[in-house]
Design a protein around this ligand. Structure first.
Ligand SMILES: NC(=O)c1ccc[n+]([C@@H]2O[C@H](COP(=O)([O-])OP(=O)(O)OC[C@H]3O[C@@H](n4cnc5c(N)ncnc54)[C@H](O)[C@@H]3O)[C@@H](O)[C@H]2O)c1
Length: 371
């Protein structure tokens, strides 16, 4: 039985709490305690009571009082490094939500602690647990896509004013003097960046041949809501083009394209559509490992690898540094329409869906499209 503590119960913490409740039901974990600065919502309070789990307002007290085997950290990004470091120093393994840290300096602190203690840190990039990723990597390594490899991702989401107002850190670059970096590429579409890196096998790289970023905003926020990232390295290209101001909402997609064929993976799922020279078109459905259950199983002695150990997010954090160094420009008001009720209004950018698709499929920046 792995003793687990959860830090951050609201927002995405509710997903971890539900999973911990399920794993406790299977007899795999004991939920020894939780911490949040605000009292648990009724649904969370019910789970805590049923699992006889103690609630603390301060996470330090939770870690001190329970000394868990595993600490799950689902708090805002600017708190991750401090909380993960504290858990590791206390002897706990960590499951850390994405983005794991805000820069390489924080990354190095956690890496040193991991190497000193021999503890594990799994990062919550769920798509890395997908068998679809393993299949794409295998095909890439076998040369099935040919040359001139481009791995791209597109994201067309809409986020309304409630989303930007839900937490003090939402839409902020800095909060109380600390870096938060809640931009479209660094946070909501972090999975898009990470999935592309992982397909290319670039996830642990320390540097890339060329990184260019263009960031824009239509919302009254400090960060970007519409952006393009292009990375060139070792004769391949990674492009992520995303918007949170879409005209039509679509699930994000990762596309692999080379001289011999292509693959399309909706990375929130596990289905891959392949179209390869000599093999024709096919659709494959693969399995997915849940990242929390996976680390619990490893701590229980099962012989399996973690899908997303911290070291696999090095390339991502390097890119976050490049992304957050790029200026954010305002989109012209004439291109912005406001949809929905005044209480939950969404800003929609005219023509943005087509622009995002063109950038990703052609590997071009918005400035190169004449915008
Ligand atoms: N893996 C995913 O798909 C996914 C999805 C959504 C969010 N996330 C990540 O999860 C993290 C949290 O995001 P969110 O949207 O749930 O944020 P949120 O602000 O909605 O919730 C964060 C929770 O942490 C609590 N908290 C804040 N400061 C705290 C402190 N000092 N001690 C204890 N608790 C504290 C808040 O009260 C809140 O309950 C972020 O890193 C985010 O990127 C991951």
């Amino acid at each position: 039985m792995v003793r687990v503590a959860l830090v951050g119960l609201g927002g995405f913490g509710a997903v971890h709490l539900a999973e911990l409740d399920r794993l406790a039901g299977l007899g795999k974990v004991e939920l020894v305690g939780c911490a949040d600065t605000v009292p648990p919502a009724p649904a969370a309070a019910e789970v805590l009571e049923r699992r006889r789990s103690v609630f603390h307002e301060r996470y330090e007290e939770l870690l001190e009082a329970t000394r868990p085997d595993l600490a799950v950290v689902a708090t805002p990004p600017h708190l991750h490094a401090e909380m993960a470091a504290s858990a590791l120093r206390g002897g706990s393994h960590v499951l850390l939500e994405k983005p794991p840290v805000v820069d390489m300096a924080e990354m190095r602190v956690l890496e040193e602690l991991l190497s000193e203690t021999g503890l594990y840190c799994q990062v919550g990039f769920q798509s890395l647990g997908s068998g679809a990723l393993g299949r794409l990597r295998e095909l890439r390594r076998a040369g099935a896509f040919g040359d001139e490899l481009r791995v791209s991702a597109t994201g067309h989401w809409q986020r309304d004013s409630c989303y930007w107002q839900r937490s003090a850190w939402a839409g902020r670059d800095k909060l109380d003097g600390r870096a938060v970096h809640d931009g479209a590429l660094a946070n909501p579409f972090a999975h898009a960046v990470m999935s592309c890196l992982a397909v290319l096998g670039w996830e642990s790289l320390d540097g890339f041949d060329e990184v260019v970023v263009e960031r824009f905003r239509a919302n009254p926020i400090e960060v970007d809501d519409t952006s393009v990232l292009r990375v060139r390295h070792a004769a391949a290209e990674l492009v992520v083009a995303v918007t949170l101001c879409a005209e039509t909402v679509r699930e994000p997609v990762c596309t692999v394209r080379g001289t011999l064929g292509s693959a399309v993976w909706g990375y929130t799922g596990d289905e891959v559509a392949l179209d390869l020279a000599g093999r024709g078109a096919s659709v494959e459905r693969l399995a997915r490992a849940g990242l929390l259950e996976e680390i619990v199983d490893v701590l229980s002695g099962e012989d399996r690898e973690l899908s997303c150990p911290l070291v696999r997010t090095r390339g991502f954090v390097r890119l976050v540094e490049a992304i957050t160094a790029a200026p954010v420009r305002e989109i012209a008001r004439s291109r912005i329409a406001v949809e929905g009720s005044p209480a939950a209004a969404s800003r929609v950018v005219t023509g943005v869906d087509e622009i995002v698709d063109a950038a990703a499929s052609r590997g071009v920046l918005l400035s190169e499209l004449g915008l």
